[in-house]
Design a protein around this ligand. Structure first.
Ligand SMILES: Cc1c2[nH]c(c1CCC(=O)O)Cc1[nH]c(c(CCC(=O)O)c1C)Cc1[nH]c(c(CCC(=O)O)c1C)Cc1[nH]c(c(C)c1CCC(=O)O)C2
Length: 369
């Protein structure tokens, strides 16, 4: 079966009951502002720690049943308006032939990172995404059934520059100087790698929609380490290309799936990001809500951007912070979220307070309009 036929085949998924997230992504009216959290499935939940205990991280990612369970856990506790499939951005470098391990206390680690342009030959150029990443697609299909239409399911991918930086750094880094060295010493090889990644990411995202993803988020988590000029050269064109190619293919199949771009710390590129073919621009907490609205000129919906550390505050204070954030963004074309993922030491109750505050304040504000 061709990928395109696959895209339009109904899979008899349960009917969606809460579509506030999808409507807000499209800038339509909603009765409350939808809310979800990046890393809502994570170590701050005791049930997550229990499910993950003693198991290898990427083996967990390869089990559709485990991914489904971990995706559903936060929904059992909190009335989130969307779920994001449990997986990781680094499954893409793995699919291209690189070894990646999750080392406790250290994070993701590549034992053999790319060092010089010759190393690109080690990578799989044509990746059969059904074969290499079929386990993610199966996790999405299973979760879409098990979620019973409660809320939409978001699929995701890392963006090319963020994945490139991991593949060269071999793990986390403060300066990203090994990866940035490539941009200045080997610009052609850098573009070659970014293009290879883009091709895989496009197929990967289309496969996720075919499997049942109802929205897609692209994480450019390492945007902030680039300046405006390098971002324009090495990140933005690929982000745009991904959205355009995914949308063109989906359109052919009569599908319309909102796409979110989250380029962390790329406040310098907000105008460009709002004109890069994504319906939603995700924001970290370094951008003021009102000025983000002004700078994006109503062209896109916005998502974010409470400082994850604000969740350490007492509940009443969380409620006040949320209210201010809602007043800044307004209630239309807005999806409440944090400016980055939930921290592992967060008190689960405070996530509940955040979700409740978004729902309560936004309902009142919408009633008064
Ligand atoms: C940079 C990045 C990665 N992975 C991801 C990003 C982009 C988002 C961001 O900027 O944070 C994306 C990601 N990773 C995970 C998700 C699942 C969905 C969700 O948000 O709930 C998503 C969307 C699960 C995960 N991915 C990871 C965890 C925690 C580890 C575990 O469960 O054992 C989770 C829940 C591991 C991971 N994976 C990665 C890191 C830096 C870490 C943390 C390592 C550590 O803290 O030890 C790479």
């Amino acid at each position: 079966m061709s990928k395109q036929e696959n895209l339009i085949l109904p899979k008899d998924f349960p009917q969606l009951k809460n579509d506030t997230f999808l409507r807000a992504a499209r800038g339509e009216e909603t009765e409350h502002v939808p809310v979800w959290c990046m890393r809502q499935a994570g170590r701050y939940l005791p049930e997550f720690r229990e499910s993950r205990a003693g198991k290898d991280f990427f083996e967990t990612c390869q089990s559709p049943e485990a991914c489904c369970e971990l995706t559903l856990q936060p929904l059992r506790r909190f009335p989130f308006d969307a779920a994001i499939i449990f997986s990781d951005i680094l499954v893409v470098p793995q699919a291209m032939g690189m070894d990646v391990q999750m080392v406790a206390g250290k994070g993701p680690t590549f034992p053999e990172p790319l060092k010089e342009p010759e190393d690109l030959q080690r990578l799989q150029v044509k990746v059969d995404t059904d074969k290499e990443l079929g386990y993610v697609f199966r996790a999405i299909t299973l979760t879409r059934h098990k979620i019973e239409g409660k809320v939409p399911l978001i699929g995701f991918s890392g963006a090319p520059w963020t994945l490139m930086s991991y593949m060269i750094e071999g793990g986390g880094s403060n300066t990203h100087s090994k990866a940035k060295r490539w941009l200045y010493q080997h610009p052609e090889a850098s573009h070659m790698l970014l293009k290879m990644l883009t091709d895989v990411i496009v197929e990967y995202l289309l496969g996720q929609v075919a499997a049942g993803a109802q929205a897609l988020q692209v994480f450019e988590s390492h945007a902030g380490i680039l300046g405006p000029a390098e971002f324009k050269d090495f990140s933005l064109p690929y982000l745009r290309d991904i959205a355009r190619r995914v949308k063109d293919k989906l359109k052919e199949a009569g599908q319309d799936v909102p796409m979110i771009v989250f380029a962390k710390d790329a406040h310098y590129a907000l105008e460009e990001l709002s004109q890069s073919n994504y319906e939603v621009v995700g924001l970290d907490w370094t951008i003021d809500p009102l000025s983000a609205r002004e700078r994006t000129g109503g062209k896109v919906s916005l998502q974010g951007n409470m400082d994850p550390c604000a969740l350490y505050a007492p509940k009443e204070r969380i409620s006040d912070i949320v209210k201010k954030m809602l007043e800044g963004f307004g209630t239309r074309g807005y999806i409440a979220n944090l400016g980055h993922g939930v921290y592992p030491d967060m008190e689960p109750e405070n996530i509940g307070a955040f979700v409740e505050a978004v729902h309560q304040h936004s309902k009142q504000m919408i009633k008064q309009i």
